[in-house]
Write a protein that binds this ligand. Structure first.
Ligand SMILES: [Ca+2]
Length: 398
């Protein structure tokens, strides 16, 4: 036990050195401001004081928050890990197990069972990892110790409201380091706005009550735009000669217009006869699979603003419901680009006056459209997807 004790003392000493007294004072001041905000929203001083009693900022969370991912993930890597075989099978089992409840939720909220299961699977592996950080401490740390003060101050206020309504105690209220809670990883503000007490016991319990968790997810999804009957996305086959510059979320056409251009469902069945606006994307470039995004894709992106996240939910949902897997494989040589590579690419595209946005190392829509412009200039297929070959071509440009 001795070495352990030594380590503990050492860690405590370092923490003390790393957190000077003035930072502690700032933290108390910041909590005081949040307390006033919370009291304006009906939280009693006693509840706020109890929630903040002995609270210290968590340096681990500050570190996690400042860490930038070194590499952007590829489609194949992201979807491969989010939609594993194990997760599909478990999703099918859970759907069968909770069929009656999920069917009832579908008729009330319009959200199909496989989508609730898919969110549950992607968020926490069906309740397998809900996070063990104390939520009040997490969101208070992020509010007071990082640059995202406004967002997380409100999350802290909402966390206090949850405590005030006796849904949970501070100790019980656990989540991810960034404050996402329970089976569906709701932020405190999402909990307050969309949480549903399905069991009727007067408490919204997104940790231990699956009826509460599923109904809250259905209510949230409907609230952020989900409408039956189309799915969020599905794989499509593009005809020979399809103009790749049309495969972009900024290009929207009625589903019928894509069908007239020769776009089919994967496996060659006809697209649904619908005039809903929709887009096509090529997440692994023109050599990989193509997906048609229906309006519900935007609802999924309102849950989480990542295209690959939303695509994973749609692909997992389809397979949980017994549908086919994605047919077109992603090219094996598709590589994740490092932040530094993307920064270098943005600088070079900027010098060619094709890119005018921020040099941030992120492969966003504006960077992709600059990639597309350069692809057109040099006669490569204009899919907006920077492969290693594209990066080499750009580096050789003068
Ligand atoms: Ca309940």
């Amino acid at each position: 036990m001795k070495p352990l004790l030594k380590t503990t003392i050492f860690a405590a000493t370092t923490a003390l050195l790393a957190a000077p007294a003035w930072a502690q004072g700032d933290f108390r001041d910041c909590l005081q401001t949040i307390k006033s905000d919370a009291m304006r929203q009906g939280v009693s001083a006693a509840i706020a004081d109890r929630a903040f009693q002995g609270l210290t900022p968590d340096q681990k969370i500050v570190d996690l928050d400042s860490k930038q991912p070194e590499f952007s993930l590829t489609y194949a890597k992201y979807v491969g890990s989010a939609v594993s075989n194990d997760r599909i099978v478990k999703g099918q089992q859970r759907l069968a197990q909770h069929r009656a409840l999920l069917d009832a939720l579908q008729s009330e909220y319009g959200v199909p069972p496989q989508y609730i299961m898919a969110f549950w699977g992607v968020e926490t592996n069906y309740g397998g990892f809900m996070g063990d950080f104390q939520v009040v401490r997490s969101v208070a740390t992020l509010a007071c110790m990082t640059k995202r003060r406004d967002f997380f101050s409100n999350e802290t206020v909402q966390a206090l409201r949850i405590l005030a309504m006796n849904h949970m105690t501070r100790e019980q209220m656990r989540g991810s380091w960034a404050g996402a809670m329970g089976n569906m990883q709701f932020m405190p503000s999402t909990f307050m706005k969309w949480g549903v007490d399905r069991t009727g016991d007067g408490r919204i319990d997104l940790w231990n009550s699956l009826p509460d968790a599923f109904a809250s997810a259905a209510n949230f999804l409907r609230g952020i735009g989900w409408k039956p009957p189309l799915p969020a996305a599905e794989e499509v086959f593009l005809p020979q000669g399809f103009p790749f510059d049309q495969a972009d979320t900024t290009v929207e056409k009625p589903v019928r217009a894509w069908a007239q251009m020769g776009v089919k469902r994967a496996g060659n069945a006809a697209l649904p006869g619908s005039d809903e606006p929709s887009s096509i994307i090529l997440p692994a470039g023109h050599r990989g699979p193509a997906f048609l995004l229906y309006p519900n894709f935007k609802a999924v992106m309102n849950w989480n603003r990542s295209t690959l996240y939303a695509l994973s939910v749609a692909i997992l949902a389809q397979q949980i419901a017994g549908g086919p897997p994605v047919m077109q494989a992603a090219p094996a040589d598709d590589e994740p680009l490092s932040r530094d590579t993307v920064i270098d690419m943005q600088n070079r595209l900027a010098r060619l006056t094709l890119y005018t946005d921020e040099i941030d190392g992120l492969l966003g829509p504006k960077t992709r459209s600059a990639v597309r412009l350069y692809q057109k200039q040099i006669g490569m297929p204009a899919d907006g997807h920077p492969t290693p070959a594209f990066v080499r071509r750009l580096q050789q440009a003068r």
